[in-house]
Design a binder for this molecule. Structure first.
Ligand code: NAP
Length: 283
């Protein structure tokens, strides 16, 4: 599997893992089985994953993504990179985040991630401004990013990222401190973010699509099915291989709480799509 050096010094395999689905598969659905989640995490690492994406606001009741990562994988392998996000505010009874934390609450959120994960320093912390799943933008980020930059100077964070941002927000953050990764919604069948991806490519910033499998079920798409049939692969695998083929800076973080899907997703890291496949997917 090919690798990417995040922030120039954290080498990750480009097929990673997203932990949001570990506590519960659906926002309002039942909690997942804890033991299965721990098994998925351990198997992911066994299969070579060394980039896990999480957040302290990924939980269902007492089951937290951070707690499961710690229970399954601590003490962590030296090469494991755990990325987390701060910004959204979610109280214990909220089914999902309801707003944004103010700048002065971000330190506590970073400290909460450190505590929950059992770490002295976080490898990568994204600032995730608001905006739900709508198009990003329109909200200043500098004041909150300055707080994270100060925590980085203190040594609590190694690298900073931004998530769900437009080009203006990315530029605003970069004027405060270096940005090692951008995490935006993107899949090869809805390439609205291509310009931002090109900026990342030019400047060596990791581009980490969220919802790499569509987020709400693998899209029922004729182009995906045609390419999948040619390779004897699943449409989910084509989506993931398509992301990795788009640019050397793209990293995949598919989420699953299923061992079967995990194996399928990681195997997609070896699926090589042709330029013709990519043209067809983006047509
Ligand atoms: N920055 C942000 O605003 C933001 C927003 C959302 C997510 N994220 C991050 O992005 C990561 C990925 O997003 P996501 O997990 O929400 O969405 P996703 O990866 O697009 O899709 C996950 C869904 O697809 C299913 N799935 C996984 N592998 C599959 C396969 N091989 N075949 C068929 N279905 C499959 C999963 O169900 P099963 O459990 O049944 O496999 C799950 O319901 C998250 O874990 C989180 O870390 C970030």
């Amino acid at each position: 599997m090919t690798t990417f050096d995040m922030g120039a010094d954290l080498r990750v395999r480009r097929m990673g893992f997203g932990a949001m689905r570990l506590p519960a598969r659906e926002i309002r659905g039942p909690a997942n089985d804890r033991g299965t989640g721990l098994a998925v995490l351990r198997r992911a690492v066994e299969l070579g994953v060394n980039h896990i994406d999480t957040a302290a606001f990924y939980f269902r009741g007492g089951l937290t993504a951070n707690g499961m990562i710690r229970e399954a994988l601590h003490p962590y392998a030296d090469d494991l990179v755990i990325a987390t996000k701060v910004g959204p505010r979610r109280e214990p009874d909220d089914p999902m985040p309801t707003g944004q934390l103010a700048a002065d609450a971000l330190r506590r959120e970073v400290e909460r991630n450190l505590r929950e994960l059992g770490l002295d320093r976080l490898d990568l912390v994204y600032l995730r401004p608001g905006g739900g799943l709508d198009a990003p933008g329109g909200e200043p980020v500098a004041e909150r990013f300055e707080v994270l930059a100060a925590l980085r100077e203190e040594g609590l964070i190694r690298h900073l990222g931004v998530s769900h941002v437009d080009a203006a927000q990315l530029a605003e953050a970069r004027a405060v401190a270096p940005v090692a990764a951008v995490q935006n919604r993107f899949d090869v069948t809805r390439p609205a973010d291509v310009e931002l991806l090109r900026t990342c490519e030019r400047d060596g910033i990791a581009y980490v699509p969220y919802f790499p499998l569509g987020g709400f079920g693998v899209p029922d798409d004729a182009r995906l099915k045609a390419v999948a049939a040619r390779h004897g692969a699943t449409t989910a695998q084509v989506l993931l291989a398509g992301l990795l083929a788009l640019s050397p800076v793209t990293l995949a973080i598919p989420g699953t709480s299923s061992l079967k899907h995990l194996e399928e997703n990681i195997a997609a890291g070896e699926l090589e799509l042709t330029p013709e496949d990519l043209r067809e997917l983006q047509a």
